[in-house]
Design a protein around this ligand. Sequence first.
Ligand code: NAD
Length: 357
Amino acid sequence: MADRHRVTLIPGDGIGPEVASAARLVLDVADVGIVWIERPAGATAAAEAGDLLPDDTLDTIRETRVAIKGPITTPVGSGFRSVNVALRQELDLFAAVRPARSLPGVPTRHGDVDLVVIRENTEDLYRGIEFAPGTAEAEALREELRRLARFEVRPDAGVTLKPISVAGTQRVVRFAFEYAKANRRARITLGHKASIMPTSDGLFLRTALEDPIDRGDVVFEDMQVDHLTAELVRRPSRFDVLLLPNLYGDILSDLCAGLVGGLGLIPGANIGWEYAVFEPVHGSAPDIAGQAKANPIAMILSGAMLLRYLSELEAARRVERAVDEVLREGAVRTPDLGGSSSTGEVADAIARAVTSR
Ligand code: NAD
């Protein structure tokens, strides 16, 4: 097919390059005319360009408007900002969409899960407003808090701030209702801890309740996030779309991945007004990197979400059905699903199933 879509491809770190080439293979055989523009981010970019998130990578996404990326390693407690968080904030990708559905041939406790997590992606505790203990900034913050409200923060405390705004909430609430209506989803459940954090989570809840958006037939309810978590593991089929602030959305989307068979299966999209970046929910899995053991399905299904975004609906369906077919047959699967096939073998099997349709 003639070149129709320019897409930025960021292989990422750890298992990223392995699952990225699997997704590229499958999208190429889906034959919708994608021109790939590969750009680095993460450890590769730091080694090549001395920068974890080079301007050229960001500019390329701005130019192509769509990107698909492998996971990027964020060393724990290193003090530098996560590339993933920076990317979402730089491109204002305010809504993360993470569907989790029961897949054929993947036995789990609950066989009838069909959930979509919509997570606010730019605010909350992930905004990156950090005060390290003992710094002049932390000292000034302690002083200010004492002056403002007689709060006494211990001198050895680290502080992370949790901003949640009306504007930031409104846009993700509207996105969630538009998504639910367009995808024939019946119910949105908003998770929060408004009883303990009335000014941040409470604002998230009130803004959603008061927003004048046309809700169509979509039922709206809210639940305390701890109760929601317990109900999710007990009766996941009771839920449909979950709308969550950033931190809870991050945690509950991994929980939803666990409900349907693990992180290797769950795709994701980060969407803003102008740009969209597709990526699996899982991380760079350093424990299995370079061993050809990574399950490429999460990344391939992220590719199917990208195809939908490009309005290539028929190709998206072919890719999703090919994944289902390979899982249902069960002969080719990676070790996380109890098999012994390699990443490449799974990708080849899915690619063959796409071309035979
Ligand atoms: P992880 O998702 O990388 O791994 C958790 C577990 O799941 C590991 O045992 C891993 O082997 C397994 N796993 C993950 N993906 C798999 C796949 N496709 N196939 C088979 N098994 C898979 O989570 P982590 O270990 O907490 O994080 C590792 C690194 O990834 C960290 O630096 C973290 O910051 C980063 N991370 C990046 C992203 C992203 O780029 N969007 C998301 C999450 C974590």
